[in-house]
Design a protein around this ligand. Structure first.
Ligand code: FE
Ligand code: FE
Ligand code: ZN
Length: 275
């Protein structure tokens, strides 16, 4: 299985590859730029080649890059929306250094404009940013539904996906904490939730998993991640997700509140369960 965590990109791509190996990971996530700001560092092609060599040698799964949190392509303020749209387009250009990986982003918050308007804006931003040459698959993240977050239901994500012209280049990243907080009971009815996903969106569109426990109850709309086995979802239910045959082969990314030691332990725990 492919499992890893979020790594800091501050020391470059090769460094992330080495860090992943140290933690026992064979995939990882990274922010394409400062998660709270907007500035992007220049990419060194040489540095990227070194990461690619590490990935090939160690049979890595696809990477799951993450857009900055400040990106909101459905913001009401035009200046924020325009800045977000250009970040999205620029990030996808930069991802071409690492072809055939994933780029995950939060669909956005509509802040009172309503979901329908937001859905149009998000789809429009994607249609503007994704070119026919683009080798990245862009993933919409399932959201907890905190505030006015768009993507709190599979139907909302489907509405966006349906409006994307180059539909083979978009999909979904399934965040276990978020779907639980959104009200999908993966503890008592994982099969039912996956069936629902399949009927609404299609499991062939589920490309990656954010693998987190939650501090809160199902349907709480809170979005507070917890360590695996220390939250309300629990280790048994999360391991059932990790080893569900319908999700086999996807990269699983930990976004749990941990230090390196904690990540290494969680990665080993998930791996060892299958042995
Ligand atoms: Fe996220
Ligand atoms: Fe996530
Ligand atoms: Zn979250």
């Amino acid at each position: 299985m492919y499992i890893g965590n979020h790594l800091s990109s501050s020391k470059g791509f090769e460094h992330m590859g080495k860090e992943a190996l140290k933690l026992g990971a064979n995939t990882f996530a990274f922010f394409t730029r400062n998660p709270r700001g907007g500035a992007a560092k220049k990419i060194s092609a040489q540095d990227v080649e070194k990461l690619k060599a590490i990935m090939t040698e160690n049979n890595f799964g696809r990477l799951v890059a993450h857009a900055p949190y400040t990106m909101n392509v459905c913001a009401e303020k035009e200046s924020v929306r325009d800045f977000s749209r250009s970040m999205l387009a620029d990030d996808l250009q930069r991802m071409e250094y690492l072809p055939r990986n994933y780029y995950n982003f939060h669909p956005g918050s509509h802040v009172g404009q309503g979901v329908e308007k937001a859905v149009e804006m998000i789809a429009d931003a994607l249609n503007n940013a994704i070119t026919p040459e683009c080798q990245t698959t862009v993933l919409l993240e399932t959201m907890a539904g905190k505030g006015s977050e768009v993507g709190r239901s599979f139907e909302e994500l489907k509405a966006i996906l349906d409006r994307v012209e180059l539909s083979e280049k978009v999909g979904v990243c399934f965040d276990t904490c978020h779907v639980w907080d959104a009200g999908y009971d993966i503890v008592h009815d994982l099969d039912g939730v996956l069936k629902c996903f399949d009927e609404v969106i299609g499991l062939d569109k589920l490309y990656a998993v954010h693998f987190n426990d939650s501090m809160n109850d199902c349907g709480s709309h809170k979005d507070r991640h917890q360590k695996i086995g220390e939250g309300k979802i629990g280790a048994d239910a999360l391991l059932a997700v990790a080893y569900h045959p319908l999700l086999a082969g996807r990269p699983f990314i930990l976004e749990t509140p941990n230090d390196d030691e904690g990540y290494a332990r969680e990665i080993a725990m998930v791996r060892n369960f299958g042995q």
